[in-house]
Design a protein around this ligand. Sequence first.
Ligand code: PMP
Length: 438
Amino acid sequence: MLARKREAEPLAAGGVSDLEERLRELQAAGLHRRLRTVEGPQGPRIVLDGRPVLLLCSDDYLGLAADGRVRDGAARAALRWGAGAGASRLVSGTMALHGELERRLAAFKGTEAALLFGSGYLANLGVVGALAGRDGVVLSDELNHASIVDGCRLSRAEVVVFRHRDVEHLGWELARRRGRQALVVTDSVFSMDGDVAPLAELVEVARRHGARLAVDDAHGTGCVGPGGRGAVHAAGVQDEVDVVVGTLGKALGAYGAFAACSGVVARYLMNTARSLIFSTALPPPVAGAALAALELLVEEPERVVRLQANARVLRDALAHEGFAAPDSATQIVPLVAGHPERASRMCELALEEGVFAQAIHPPIVPRGTSRLRLSVMATHDAGELREAARVLGRAARRAGVPLPAAEPPAAGSASVAGEPPGAGSPPAAPPPPAARAA
Ligand code: PMP
């Protein structure tokens, strides 16, 4: 984060703008980012900035983005329906193709309806904004995705952030707001940690307090649960969650998102979700690609099994290298390095040996927890995942990242290197008396 807020000043003395100064601050803090260019489609191996590498940070979990049938679905939709939808859903942008994709998504998720959005970011903005209600309260896990955080902010509802996966804390905050319209919102599989929300308990607490529950299943859809139906199905609570957001740009290899819900909720969202009302409908080639990908997922559920098996292979191989084993089994594996410079160094060292796992820094993750966020694909093979773990182990050792399982840290110290423990992490104390804003 930037050190302090500044007044906008177009150009300071010497022609250096405040923006350049802020960029230098980011650089000094090790938080400056740049774009890397992929030359070709997504896949387990890509060419990155001219260099062949093993790709270990794509959300194309099932390898569908470059699949021939999915490309064909996009191409056929482009020829039949054109390149763009031309208008928002509520004006003239809803095509029969959108309706067909919505019906298939609803059938896949086992809900009465599904409503397409332009992206997962837009879906969360729209769903949270519409269901929170201006006079209501929205309760959000502290590690929820930024799109949920922004949805909370835009909703103008009271926002309460509960400690990560802490159902007791959530219940305590709900009890203090008895009688208010409340929405509980959580990621299912958390995007930067790969751990899973306690969905059955969240359902129970939400019901007990008369609150609605929305679950962002962006990283569960296509990856966990029976046939990749998602984390909500895996927890067996598919009939008890008010809205499940799924994305089409990750395991389904395309772009866009959907809210799976009852017919009434879908109609309500269609009439009130601003990110749907005020944004152009999904382009036909994207909808065509998503339809083909969904068909493949249903026909070939073994892709999901392969993804889960690969996640186990990578986790075991990393544990063998001495990395701490996070307590979950999903396809997302965080290697927390701590200080941003250390995470970036580890990333560059791994790249030199042909493994690409992007370093992730604040504000995407809490301060002091910069990391390599690894994601497995169904199309990796076990041998290359084991070799990648060896490369990452060497990179961690050379970058000075402690490997907790190889060398237990001193009592009381976090797994975070070079930073005071606890920056951005939940306090261990009982629920605080005052709610924080997201
Ligand atoms: N929710 C979660 C948990 C995510 O990780 C992401 C994207 N990284 C989104 C929503 C946003 O999805 P999209 O990329 O389709 O905007």
